[in-house]
Design a protein around this ligand. Structure first.
Ligand code: I24
Ligand code: DGL
Length: 264
């Protein structure tokens, strides 16, 4: 059976895998995490675009039915270019998240937080305003958040303090809906919800893209699909995170990306 392929800059896209496993349990999944080159957030757009194209070309050789770019930064800078040449349908996380936020807002004031790369691209602003041009969008890059989650400190008092400090401009903008526009931010959702207040709706792009992919897959087979996980960096620490997060006995492989695969 042909798989659905998911890629990310590292570990964060496993949140999308978790959602897909829940919604499409019988479908085989392939995941590639670019742990050798993570993080993508602070990198120039051209570099992230080149990395993402390279991984998508590799995934195409596995004959997937669909490809999901689980990384917000990669979606922001590479999805449009990839959709131009890729023979396989490609999903990004930005349009599903933007649509869900537009459905959710009452006040017409939406906030978006993400990496520097995602915010610089303005891809969320464009996607939101394509749905409804009357909406005002407040964006904020939160470069401190990814390291906080990766250090495992997302539930600490220190995390709560940093979130409070960083989100001051977002509170001032009086948004009623906030898009967590980065794979790692759902881990900080309890702190973010506390800081923003219970009236603010948080939107997770991982949940939204899984719904979108589900709506495109016709027949969902019974049983558990095969999960094939690989990463470009060191296997052991990545495998530990995969096992802990997905609660499965998966064996992670090392992934060697091809140089200059031609698609034409
Ligand atoms: N969580 C994340 N990244 C890490 C981590 C973590 N280490 C512990 N936990 N490390 O992201 C990133 C750097 N590594 C990556 C692997 O290769 C070597 C370098 C958040 C999780 C994304 C699914 C804590 C932890 C965990 C499992 C699940 C959730 C979690 F181990 F927060
Ligand atoms: N996966 C990235 C994103 O969603 C966050 C981690 C990184 O910077 O690579 O934007």
């Amino acid at each position: 059976m042909r798989p659905i392929a998911v890629l990310d800059s590292g570990v964060g896209g496993l949140t999308v895998v978790k959602q897909l496993l829940a919604e499409l349990p019988g479908v085989p999944l392939v995941y590639v995490g670019d742990t050798a080159r993570t993080p993508y957030g602070p990198r120039p757009a051209e570099e992230v675009r080149a990395f993402t194209e390279q991984i998508v070309k590799h995934l195409c050789t596995l004959d997937p039915t669909r490809i999901v770019i689980a990384c917000n930064t990669a979606t922001a800078v590479a999805l449009d270019a990839i959709a131009q040449w890729c023979p396989v349908p490609v999903h990004g996380v930005i349009v599903p998240g933007a649509r869900a936020a537009v459905r959710a807002t009452r006040s017409g004031r939406i906030g978006v937080i993400g990496t520097e790369g995602t915010m610089r691209s303005r891809a969320y602003d464009v996607a939101i305003r394509a749905c409804d041009a009357r909406i005002t969008v407040q964006t904020l890059a939160c470069p401190a958040f990814v390291p906080l989650v990766e250090e495992g400190a997302y539930a600490s008092d220190q995390a709560r303090g940093i979130v409070e400090e960083v989100l001051v401009p977002m509170i001032a903008a009086r948004v009623d809906t906030l898009i967590l526009g980065c794979t790692h931010y759902p881990f900080l959702a309890p702190a973010i919800q506390q800081v923003m207040g219970s009236d603010v709706q948080l939107i997770s792009s991982a949940t939204e893209v899984a719904h979108e992919v589900r709506s495109h897959v016709g027949h969902v087979p019974e049983g558990t699909g095969v999960l094939d996980v690989s990463c470009t960096g060191e296997v052991a620490p990545f495998e530990a995170i995969v096992r802990r997060w997905l609660d499965v006995d998966v064996v992670v492989r090392h992934c060697v990306l091809p140089e200059g695969v031609r698609m034409d």
